[in-house]
Design a binder for this molecule. Sequence first.
Ligand SMILES: *[C@@H]1O[C@H](CO)[C@@H](O)[C@H](O)[C@H]1NC(C)=O
Ligand SMILES: [Cu+2]
Length: 237
Amino acid sequence: MHFSTVTAVAFAVAPQLASAHFLFPHLMLNGLRTGAFEYVREHDFGFMPHNNDFINSQDFRCNEGSWRHRREPKTAQVTAGRDTVGFNLHLDFGIYHPGPVTIYLSKAPGDVRDYDGSGDWFKVYQLGTMMPWNGTDQGWLTRDKKNFQFRLPSEIPAGQYLMRIEQMSVHPPYKQKEWYVQCAHLNIASNYNGRAPGPTIRFPGGYKISDPAIQLDSWAKPPPTFAPMPGPLLWPN
Ligand SMILES: *[C@@H]1O[C@H](CO)[C@@H](O)[C@H](O)[C@H]1NC(C)=O
Ligand SMILES: [Cu+2]
């Protein structure tokens, strides 16, 4: 499904859906929004959310159908310690969904266009709630944001990488969540040759339903006052 088809259907069928759900087709590169799917691997799930079963699927890496789109995007040339990267939502919408946004990197054995994301992932970005947090949707720093950017750390070995963004929406009842993931293609120039980035996890397997982040109950009374982040510690740590 191509971007134009997705948006055309969204507007024709249910305009509110286009703003209620989302995808991340734009790589952000030094503050500039690149074209839709120019550097981002498309998938066949459009802007629709997955439920909690998704964390146990191989599609949790880069979303359903992304493998067959792997040769479509370009690979962005970037430099560790210098360039800022990230993702922007489709149509420049804000995310309108409370919940953490995390970004991971995984080094391809060779050409990232042939990499399925089955290797190790380390986390380089996360955004959660204000501290302290009063438990409301308004307290999420991710809410209403449309792009998520960070400076690439210097401590990344040179090579080609999948960069994966994930949002876990916490608004469904109790401990149910909605999941959104998308991957971009990076070729990272770097002089770093220190210890390997970590801690690392794999997808699936790296997340469990029992993880504190997923156990967050946004419908609890009284409301929660702390929202643990999904996944391991940030690199560098
Ligand atoms: C919770 O915090 C947010 C952000 O500061 C604020 O907008 C909202 O009014 C607060 N809500 C309550 C019920 O305290
Ligand atoms: Cu939703």
